[in-house]
Design a protein around this ligand. Sequence first.
Ligand SMILES: Nc1ncnc2c1ncn2[C@@H]1O[C@H](COP(=O)(O)OP(=O)(O)OP(=O)(O)O)[C@@H](O)[C@H]1O
Length: 307
Amino acid sequence: EDPNYILLGGFGVGLGVIVFALSQWVEILLPFDPTRLQRDLDQNLYGQHIASDVVLKAVSPFLFSSQPTKNLVLSFHGTTGVGKNHVAKIIARNIYQKGEKSRHYITFTSGQHFPLKDQVDIYSENLKQQIGRHISNSPLTMFVFDEMDKMNPELAEAIKPFLNYVPYVNRVSYHRAIFIFLSNAGGNVIASTAVDFLSAGKSREEIKKNSKGMDAQIHQSIFSYESSGFWQLVDHFVPFLPLERKHIRQCVLAEMASLKISVHQHADLADKVVREMTFFPPEEKIFSVKGCKSVRLKLMPYVDDKI
Ligand SMILES: Nc1ncnc2c1ncn2[C@@H]1O[C@H](COP(=O)(O)OP(=O)(O)OP(=O)(O)O)[C@@H](O)[C@H]1O
């Protein structure tokens, strides 16, 4: 063997390893395409015409702008299992090639990450450092805070400076980050507005963001929390409506496809799962109490028998 070839081969392998490591480290940001986001929402988000509209109109100009004047702050409201986390993930997969698995998609759940009241000072300090570090690594980071209604107000205070109009810290732009807060606060207000509409014979699509003062009532339900200054920094409050039978059915079919459960072999499964769910109000039984939340779990027993 010619030692030159061995040297060259070794060099090639080394270079390959470095390129591979770099490609794992440097994540690809997708070029933003509003049509793709719209298509994704149209096809994969069921029964949420208001949320779909607000998200598209908020996210598109923000991602198009090369120098946004402030970061994007969204607050999603609705009862359980109606698609709040789901939409955050849809946004993520339209920004990052790795979607929700991206290193730049950061989630915190109050009950899980900040459970102890007497540790709040430590949580605050850690949280500030983490947010700063993530933004320094990649200005276009998504921070998703779940269970905001359970968050200690002191933690909200720790996040507040990042939502403000601070343009640069250490020459890194703080205006490109996206903050999404999820909560069940206002969920009952939204649900009762939906019940009123459908009971009055109106269609779901007629419900607007400010129908029956829904907007104002959502504000009321959160501004009564201590950190009202924090909520003033939110750009858009996004209501998620409770889901009806047809939406649950759509969720079941989508989950069946993702779990590779044959629709042919289990023709009645979607209807069976829908029948097993609980609906409200008790008389009319229009909306699913848990949205699409337990759908995946109910399908698990069928996972093994593939097509
Ligand atoms: N409107 C919807 N359209 C499509 N799929 C949905 C919708 N709502 C819920 N799902 C499905 O149900 C699962 C659970 O929903 P998701 O986690 O988004 O609920 P959530 O509103 O965040 O609830 P929670 O308040 O309990 O956190 C999602 O992963 C998704 O598969």
